[in-house]
Design a binder for this molecule. Structure first.
Ligand code: NZQ
Ligand code: ZN
Length: 387
């Protein structure tokens, strides 16, 4: 197990009926809030009404910044920064999924900065402070509610880049599983694919794989994501399954999933962000396409043992030949993803082979920013395995 230092200051308020607790939390921070949300899901599922009622009750003033799109756009972030600065907003409330939370984190950092917020994404500046952030999560997927990272797309340059800092953790995140009853099936599927991918990135890229705690943490949360998603697909109002999925997705990327792993890399994510940047593909869908291909490439490069071990734990696969066991594991993963209704090939998702070189070149921007070791040639190989 590698040495580590772990810091996570986000307070989680979890459970049915917890959205109205936002008002009290907002009052504790004080000042005017910028309320950030997406299109209309929070208005149709009752989250907006519960939230604004609680703000009124607690005498909290707010200004709205609606219209965050999935794969949030830099231009909309810049508008939010301007609004927060011009109106003297002292903190942010994000109500929605990962896109809303990520855009809110970017606004929170940008509001305390003189220059352009994109500086934080392209390595030109570091975040040295940010407005406090409260989140009301409505999709279990990204883990953004309990981590310090955020991802934004520069629509002009087609770069989907990330940023983050210790100042970017939400102060409080409210997780009410009932807010997820209204999720369309495909969003539930994207969230499950994303959470599984968060759990496997460091697990498979670590240079030191003798880490019983984190390995078993990963096995446990992957199983919880898979089992709860199966139940949700059968009965969208299964509260305990919604609750298990919501907490699992948070745990899948709050830092615990990679503790003690050495030099972990986010290969699937670097490639997926290129797909989202160019085709505006939903993040979880892009990962569902890349993951099986990544695993086939992984076996060629690293041998089958660790993947087969994962398959034994997660899918109960038994094979005398580890290579066969690893291939069965990839097939079991593919079947799970397909069972969620996801199309797991690039061609099925409108991405032609003639674009692969551009996708790979675009992914290398992030590979370099993140200091990862995968080469452009390998990225191309993975894309070909996903065609
Ligand atoms: O816009 P509205 O109307 O709110 O609809 C949203 C949106 O269309 C809808 N939705 C959200 N909650 C709902 C709901 N519909 C019905 N009922 C509800 N309860 O879902 C759609 C997708 O929302 P989005 O926020 O984009 O989904 P997700 O949570 O999957 O976030 C994806 C974004 O997060 C980034 C991704 O790259 C992507 O941009 N990620 C952020 C990470 C982080 N900060 O740590 C890590 C991840 O790896 C990821 O990169
Ligand atoms: Zn992700």
């Amino acid at each position: 197990m590698d040495n580590f230092s772990f810091y996570n200051p986000t307070r989680i308020i979890f459970g049915a009926g917890s959205v109205p607790r936002a008002g009290k939390e907002a009052k504790k921070i004080g000042g005017k809030a910028l309320l950030v949300y997406g299109k209309n899901s929070i208005k149709t599922n009752g989250v907006y009404a519960q939230l604004t009622e609680s703000l009124k009750k607690n005498g909290v003033e707010w200004l709205e910044h609606p219209g965050v799109k999935p794969n949030p756009a830099l231009s909309h972030v810049r508008e939010g920064v301007k609004k927060a600065k011009e109106n003297g907003c002292g903190f942010i409330i994000a109500a929605g999924g990962g896109s809303v939370i990520d855009e809110s984190k970017a606004i929170a950092a940008g509001a305390n900065y003189e220059g352009d917020v994109w500086d934080f994404f392209c390595g030109k500046a570091r975040i040295s402070s940010a407005l406090p952030l409260i989140t009301v999560l409505t999709i279990p997927a990204t883990g953004s509610e309990m981590n310090s990272g955020f991802v934004v797309t520069n629509e002009e340059t087609k770069q989907k880049y990330s940023s983050g800092s210790p100042f970017s953790f939400p102060k409080v995140s409210i997780l009410d599983p009932e807010t997820t009853y209204s999720l369309p099936k495909e969003q539930t599927a994207y969230g499950a694919s994303d959470a599984v991918c968060h759990l496997i990135e460091a697990y498979f890229s670590t240079k030191d794989s003798d880490n019983l705690v984190t390995d078993n943490f990963v096995h446990g949360i992957v199983k919880s994501v898979m089992k709860s998603t199966e139940r949700i697909m059968k009965d969208p109002r299964d509260y305990n399954a919604r609750a298990a999925m919501m907490w699992s997705a948070t745990l899948a990327l709050n830092g615990l999933q990679s503790l003690g792993y050495k030099k972990a890399e986010f290969t699937n994510h670097a490639i997926e962000h290129s797909l989202s940047a160019i085709y505006d593909m939903p993040h979880g869908l892009g990962l569902a396409v890349i993951m099986p291909a990544y695993f086939r490439h992984y076996v060629k490069k690293n041998g089958p043992e660790r993947l087969y071990g994962f398959g034994r734990e997660i899918f109960g696969i038994t094979q005398s030949d580890p290579l066969k066991g690893a291939e069965e594991t990839v097939k079991a993963l593919e079947n799970w993803l397909k069972g969620l209704g996801l199309k797991i090939k690039l061609s099925e998702n409108g991405v032609p082979e003639k674009d692969f070189a551009d996708i790979a070149a675009n992914a290398m921007g992030l590979v370099n920013l993140w200091g990862m070791t995968i080469t452009e040639k390998e990225v191309l190989e993975i894309l070909k395995l996903a065609k």
